[in-house]
Design a protein. Structure first.
Lengths: 597, 259
């Protein structure tokens, strides 16, 4: 109706026709799927995956060009919307499933444990890219893509690697595509530019790793063709039909604004899902079965043509997700509400306050104790003594350098406990200050952490004395201990931020946390050895960040080995993740704390 | 314009939202007993200030004066409306709080200076002057808790008055210390104001306001009753305090005088 009013009947008609054509193709595909021959269903697959989105894209583009946001939609709006919403749900679930499977793998196979840090790194990369200017974004995308491409352990058919390929895209897209971005004004050149960055990010690693095998068919044989009977029968048509229909609807641009899952996770899984489908199809279709002899002899043009199509397809998908690029650039997420300058600048401005707070904490801590700073050294030593007396009979026999083994555990753990425990109250106990003076609130936590870091440093010195007494040679590898210490500091800061923010809202966090840290002590293999556990169980211990840092210490000091690259990534990943989370909590609540204290 | 307050409103939430603990919080959400009420501590206040102006804020207890000052100082973000500050702000709110009783006077002076955003160099240079002004020279190394409340306020005032801010906020601070110090601090205040600072003064002492301020803002239960020249508003406020007129009368009188 509104179309008639606006004189856009012709436009709407064209859109309807295009949509109908897409629907017809879809129906044909459904029919082809029913055909049992591999060749036919593969052709259907090709069509449904590549052609329908193309049709739909054109239709969607037309809709967009007509700039008639509330006008007539092709087909029945309600039906499409319902179907779309349902498909979105399914895609989300499938996305969850696939991601979940890969995460599960990560526990079982040690060389896949990197998936956790990878996730975090990609989130951050996506966020950073989201704030760059388009040109810089493209460059960053290319650089990151190439870097990823050169990563080892990246065989094409590996589903974990598949995840890795998708992640940058999926995260960049999902982050940028949140509600505000979608609602923002269209700026097509910028969209295209920012999109190009992301697609390069995605494609480059694939291309670099697309080592063309001797037998090209190898590249395209996949689980889909060689799976078990039920899988072949049901999974493929269902998954692909869903993919095709949903892609068609998506690109019609129909209910995008209304029915899309605007949350981060929802979008993440959407994007992830589509990419997974595309790449899975591309990599695992049995081309020999489709094109027979021709394919085997002339695979090159086919290969590159299909690659081009895939790229095009991929390039189309996140278009709507990448609007509002420049706004993101300006938004600057390192600002806290109510504070004019970004955090880092504020920290420089208030460096004097920081040092004064450190002084104050230090003076207060040791003021009325007779032993003063000696206490910092004595307390871990006493703990060590007790633990040694109790446990050395049980665990000491099977563990080399048991005292050092114990000490390294205690060293890391006690720093963790002290830093988080004291950091937790930093906000509440300084409420008198930040309710009267406008100061950066994280200063209280940061300064609190310095105090515990100093006692950690003192204990560390004693630790090295013990190491020397125990007859362990100091090697250059000891320098690497700076790495876990740095990670630990950042990790503790992050947890401190989280806890201090929570403590403002719920005072009982204090008690929960003390129970939790006690439990964590038993979970961190401080006094026992987990070597006799199964590999899976040992990998499960990696879920505990404190254990990761303790393990790093022991690897260097006792075993004199440098941990793997993945181990480093895990250690850093936890630190960055928790710090980021903590910062996010402050960002969210910076102006709310005041009302709760 | 150095300070512009546009339709600022600040909402407080009261009720179950704090001090109930995690368990209660979850339980009340589950049982649907989670109830919060909100009230507007400051409701739609607007005014502007220029360099060298002095504004007095008057109102009974709970009128929203301190909350408004917190918004001006940037400690609180207004729930609605907008505060625009063109220049540095120094706020002296409830002077004696925020110090640490365990530290010495000197350490506290440095800490307070740091909070106000001074540099170490600046503190080193002005420390003597601060202590001298506060007349606490002989107490320098005493723990802060041993000081009398008057002394504490004196130190706070001295530290804060060392800079020349564009906007100075004083909440019930001119009445600190003994008579001699009051005189001194008033003088210092005048110096800062003559230096071009826009000053906001909250005081329950009406004579003081009438003597010092060019303009007055009258708040009552968060609402802006009047903003304008000191004399007429203060007169009405006095009669309101003496229960000679009601709030409605006062507003009516103000309206008619404006016409």
């Amino acid at each position: 109706m509104s179309d008639i009013k606006n004189g856009k009947t012709g436009e709407a008609l064209k859109n309807n026709i295009i949509f109908l054509m897409a629907a017809v193709v879809l129906m044909t595909c459904a029919g082809l799927y029913a055909d049992s021959s591999v060749r036919m269903s593969n052709i259907a697959l090709l069509i449904s995956v590549f052609l329908i989105p193309l049709f739909a894209f054109v239709a969607g583009l037309r809709l967009k060009l007509s700039k008639d946001k509330n006008g007539l939609r092709p087909g029945s709006l309600v039906m499409i919307a319902a179907a779309y919403a349902a498909l979105k749900l399914i895609s989300c679930f499938v996305g969850v499933y696939i991601l979940g499977k890969n995460l599960r793998d990560a526990f079982v196979y040690e060389d896949r444990a990197w998936i956790f840090p990878a996730l975090i790194v990609w989130v951050l990369a996506a966020r950073v890219m989201g704030r760059m200017k388009p040109a810089a974004g493209i460059l960053a995308g290319v650089a990151l893509g190439i870097a990823v491409g050169f990563l080892p352990a990246f065989p094409l058919s590996d589903s974990v690697s598949g995840t890795f390929v998708f992640l940058p895209f999926f995260l960049a897209g999902s982050y940028l595509g949140d509600k505000r971005a979608v609602d923002a004004t269209d700026k097509r050149p910028l969209q295209i530019a920012s999109f190009a960055a992301a697609s390069l990010l995605f494609i480059v690693p694939v291309l670099i790793n697309a080592r063309v095998p001797d037998n090209i068919g190898e590249l395209f044989f996949g689980r889909l063709i060689s799976g078990n009977f039920i899988y072949r029968l049901a999974a493929r048509p269902v998954a692909y039909a869903v993919s095709a229909v949903a892609a068609a609807l998506w690109f019609c641009g129909v209910p995008r604004r209304k029915f899309v899952f605007t949350g981060f996770a929802g979008r993440a899984f959407q994007v992830y899902f589509w990419h997974y489908i595309v790449i899975e199809l591309w990599l695992h279709m049995d081309m020999n079965a489709i094109f027979g002899q021709i394919w085997a002899e002339h695979w090159k043009p086919f290969f590159f043509a299909s690659a081009a199509i895939v790229m095009l397809f991929i390039a189309i998908i996140p278009m709507p997700l990448f609007s509002r690029f420049p706004e993101r650039v300006l938004a600057g997420s390192w600002h806290l509400q109510g504070e004019g300058d970004p955090v880092f600048k504020r920290m420089r401005q208030y460096s004097f306050l920081f040092s004064e707070l450190v002084k104050r904490n230090f003076k207060k801590k040791y003021k009325r104790t007779v032993l003063g700073m000696l206490w910092s050294i004595l307390s871990p030593l006493l703990t060590l003594l007790v633990m040694w007396l109790v446990f050395s009979r049980f665990f000491g026999r099977n563990t080399a350098h048991y005292v050092i083994y114990l000490f390294s555990g205690n060293l890391v753990y006690s720093y963790f406990r002290e830093s988080t425990g004291e950091g937790m109250t930093s906000l509440v106990s300084n409420a008198g200050i930040f309710t009267k003076v406008n100061v950066p609130k994280y200063m209280f936590l940061f300064s609190q952490n310095v105090t515990s870091l100093i006692s950690f440093g003192l204990t560390l010195v004693i630790f090295f004395v013990f190491v020397a007494i125990d007859g362990i040679a100091f090697t250059w590898k000891f320098m690497l201990l700076l790495y876990p210490i740095l990670c630990l500091v950042v990790f503790n800061l992050g947890l401190g931020l989280i806890l201090s923010a929570l403590h403002v809202f719920f005072k009982d966090i204090q008690y929960l946390w003390s129970i939790f840290t006690l439990l964590l002590m038993y979970m961190s293999a401080i006094f026992y050895n987990i070597d006799s556990y199964s590999q899976t169980a040992q990998n499960l211990f990696l879920l505990n960040p404190v254990y990761v840092y303790i393990r790093y210490f022991r690897k260097i000091v006792i075993e004199n080995t440098v941990p793997t690259l993945w181990f480093h990534l895990i250690a850093a990943g936890y630190a960055i993740f928790f710090f980021y989370l903590g910062f996010y909590m402050y960002k969210k609540n910076n102006t709310k704390f005041l009302y709760y204290v | 314009m150095v300070l512009s307050i546009e339709d600022v409103s600040i909402r407080y939430v009261t009720g179950d939202f704090k001090d109930i603990g995690l368990k209660e919080w979850v339980m009340r959400h589950l049982t649907g007993n989670y109830k919060t009420r909100e009230f507007w501590a400051v409701n739609g206040v607007s005014f502007n200030m220029n360099h060298g102006e002095m504004l007095g804020i008057i109102g009974t207890n709970g009128a929203g004066k301190s909350t408004l000052l917190k918004a001006v100082a940037g400690i609180m973000e207004p729930t609605k409306g907008h505060v625009q500050r063109n220049g540095s702000v120094v706020a002296l709110l409830e002077l004696a709080s925020g110090f640490d009783g365990d530290l010495t006077v000197k350490e506290n002076a440095y800490l307070r200076g740091a909070m106000l955003g001074y540099t170490r160099k600046f503190m080193d240079e002005t420390y003597e002057e601060i202590i001298g002004f506060a007349e606490l020279g002989e107490f320098q190394d005493r723990p802060f808790r041993q000081l009398s409340s008057g002394m504490k306020s004196r130190l706070a005032f001295s530290v804060a008055s060392m800079v020349n801010p564009e906007i100075l906020i004083l909440d019930e601070v001119l009445s600190v210390g003994d008579g001699a110090f009051q005189k001194k601090s008033e003088e210092k205040m005048r110096q800062i104001i003559n230096g071009g600072a826009a000053t906001i003064l909250v005081s329950h002492s009406l004579p003081q306001i009438m003597q010092m301020c060019g303009k007055v803002l009258w708040l009552d239960h968060g609402k802006q009753i009047a903003f304008g020249d000191t004399e007429p508003i203060c007169g009405l406020y006095q009669s309101f305090l003496d229960k000679k007129i009601t709030l409605e009368n006062a507003m009516e009188l103000l309206r008619s005088s404006n016409d």
